[in-house]
Design a protein around this ligand. Structure first.
Ligand code: CTP
Ligand code: CA
Length: 223
């Protein structure tokens, strides 16, 4: 049992946050992954803890510092992340900020693939489990509030709105990660919160401030 950082509007609430990339091994020295600093997920975990929540932070291998006052679970792959998430349930709310690899190498090699064999390797991929969709569609023990993310480069609001319905989550935090926005790897974010009531675009602000505003909304939703 973790001690929350402070008394606040989320005292007594248990909240799960996923964050960072996942690494899907090709062989013992190589992997495929998404770009993710883990900065936004880390900020969200910290903001929830500051408001009194009992936070479990399930993170892939990210550079970001691990937040204080939260229970940290480190994983590598999407399969491990799903397992860790299922072990953490039940929770009051779950925020899925991780950039999970959509595919893994179907049969990763136990030994290092050598290039002096003279052949360029070809790889078969298998689809990873969708952790957000799995939790959103639970018929028993579903968190009361499930929040997903949608990092998009085109038609951000349309894609994210469709994603919310497809996955079955309550909210989607959408953002435009086109390189020219400088959001990936930066300290700021410009998000649109998509709920059943529609799309609400927030001004560009620091990732810490986005996290705080989101935590305020989560507290209000949990009552
Ligand atoms: N997500 C997840 N498990 C996966 C893939 C995604 O939990 N295997 C979650 C992410 O953490 C995020 C949300 O689903 O909260 C949306 O991820 P995204 O990659 O934008 O959606 P996809 O459905 O994978 O669609 P695509 O990558 O094709 O845009
Ligand atoms: Ca994806």
């Amino acid at each position: 049992i973790e001690t929350a950082l402070a008394e606040g509007p989320l005292t007594g609430r248990r909240v799960l946050v996923t964050s960072g990339p996942t690494h899907e091994p090709i062989d013992p020295v190589r992997y495929i992954a998404n770009r993710s600093s883990g900065a936004q997920g880390t900020a969200i975990a910290r903001a929830l803890a500051v408001m009194g929540a009992d936070v479990v932070f399930v993170t892939g291998p990210a550079d970001a510092e691990r937040p204080e006052g939260v229970h940290v679970v480190e994983v590598q792959t999407a399969a491990e992340m799903l397992q860790a998430v299922q072990a953490v349930l039940p929770v009051d709310a779950a925020v899925f900020a991780a950039a999970v690899a959509d595919w893994r190498v179907a049969s990763a090699s136990d030994s290092k693939i050598k290039k002096d064999k003279g052949q360029i390797p070809s790889m078969e991929f298998a689809e990873n489990p969708d952790i957000l969709a799995t939790v959103s569609q639970m018929t028993e023990g579903r968190p009361r509030l499930v929040v997903g993310f949608a990092a998009e480069t085109d038609d951000v609001i349309a894609n994210a709105t469709a994603k919310r319905l497809r996955k079955g989550c309550d909210w989607i935090v959408a953002n435009d990660v086109s390189p020219e926005t400088g959001i990936m790897g930066g300290s700021e974010n410009a998000v649109t919160l998509i709920t059943e009531d529609g799309a609400e675009s927030w001004p560009r602000m620091g990732k810490d401030e986005v996290a705080h505003q989101l935590a305020v909304r989560i507290a209000a939703a949990l009552g």
